[in-house]
Design a protein around this ligand. Structure first.
Ligand SMILES: [Zn+2]
Length: 267
C-alpha cells in the first residue's frame, strides 16, 4: 500500500514538473520569437547538419521544403542513426534501421532525395567521445561535403542546444567550416535548449540576431514529415522511435515559422 502511494506521489510530481517545463518552454520560445521579424526563405542553397534523424525535419523542415519546392539544392548530413534513444543496447540494431528509413521517408516528403543525404553513423549519445583520429576524419568528411556542394547557407544546432550530441554537432560544424574555407551564412537552431536550456539563455538569445522564417506554403509537407517520426509504427505502445517528446516541442514542430539565430565562424 505504502509503495503504491509512493509511486502515485512520484508520478504526480513528475507530471507536474513536466507540465511546468512545457509552460516554460512555450513562454521562452514565444518571448524570443516575437522580437524578430518574419522573412520569406531565401533562394540560397543549403546544407543542414543534424545530430540525429529527425532534427533536420523538426528544426528545418519548413525551410527545406520551401527551398526544394523552388528547385534549390539542399544537402543533409545526419551524424548518428539515433539508435540510443531508449538507452538499451539490445534495441540498437532495430531502432537504427527504422530511424534510417524514417529519415529517408521524411526527407523525401520535404523534397530531398536519398542521394542528397549523408548518414555518418557516429555513436548516438556520445559523439563528443570521438578519438583524435576519428575527429579528424569526421571534420575532413564534413569539410569535403561543404567544398563539393558550396552551400550558401549552413544550418546546425545552436551551441546551447543542451543535448551533448547537439552541442558537439555545433563544434564539428565550426571545425569543418574553418577547414573548408567556404563562405556561407550560418544559421543556428534550437530544439532541446527551449525545453532544458540553462538559466540566462533567453537573455542571451534576445541579444542575438535571428530570423523567423515563414513557410506557410509548405506547412503540409513539414507536418507530414514530422508525422513520419512521431506517428506509427511505434517502438512500444504509443512511443515513437524518436522517443517520447514533450508536448511543447511537438507543438513547436507544427508551427508554420522556424526561428534561426545568426552564427559566425568562431575565431
Ligand atoms: Zn537530436
Amino acid at each position: 500500500m505504502r509503495g503504491g502511494i509512493d509511486r502515485l506521489t512520484n508520478d504526480i510530481s513528475q507530471r507536474t514538473r513536466g507540465f511546468l517545463k512545457d509552460i516554460r518552454c512555450r513562454v521562452r520560445y514565444c518571448h524570443v520569437a516575437m522580437r524578430h521579424r518574419v522573412f520569406e526563405p531565401t533562394r540560397e542553397s543549403a546544407l543542414i547538419i543534424a545530430p540525429h534523424p529527425d532534427d533536420e525535419t523538426f528544426a528545418c523542415g519548413g525551410i527545406i521544403a520551401c527551398k526544394r519546392s523552388l528547385g534549390i539544392p539542399v544537402v543533409i548530413i545526419v551524424l548518428t542513426s539515433g539508435e540510443n534513444v531508449f538507452d538499451r543496447p539490445s534495441t540498437w540494431e532495430v531502432v537504427s534501421k527504422i530511424r534510417q528509413q524514417q529519415l529517408i521517408s521524411a526527407c523525401n516528403r520535404l523534397g530531398v532525395d536519398s542521394k542528397s543525404i549523408y548518414l555518418l553513423h557516429l555513436k548516438d549519445g556520445i559523439i563528443d567521445q570521438l578519438s583524435g583520429q576519428e575527429l579528424l576524419e569526421v571534420v575532413e568528411f564534413l569539410s569535403s561535403v561543404m567544398k563539393t556542394h558550396c552551400p550558401g547557407e549552413v544550418f546546425c544546432p545552436h551551441p546551447e542546444d543542451f543535448h551533448r550530441d547537439h552541442v558537439f554537432a555545433h563544434r564539428l560544424t565550426q571545425m569543418a567550416l574553418k577547414r573548408s574555407g567556404i563562405q556561407a551564412n550560418i544559421f543556428l537552431y534550437l530544439i532541446w535548449g527551449w525545453y532544458h536550456g540553462r538559466r540566462g539563455l533567453v537573455k542571451r538569445l534576445e541579444d542575438t540576431k535571428a530570423v523567423l522564417v515563414d513557410f506557410k506554403s509548405q506547412a503540409v509537407a513539414k507536418a507530414l514529415a514530422v508525422d513520419i517520426y512521431t506517428g506509427p509504427p511505434y517502438a512500444t505502445e504509443g512511443v515513437p522511435y524518436c522517443g517520447n517528446l514533450p508536448r511543447s516541442l511537438l507543438d513547436m514542430f507544427r508551427r508554420t515559422r522556424e526561428l534561426f539565430f545568426h552564427g559566425s565562424i568562431d575565431t
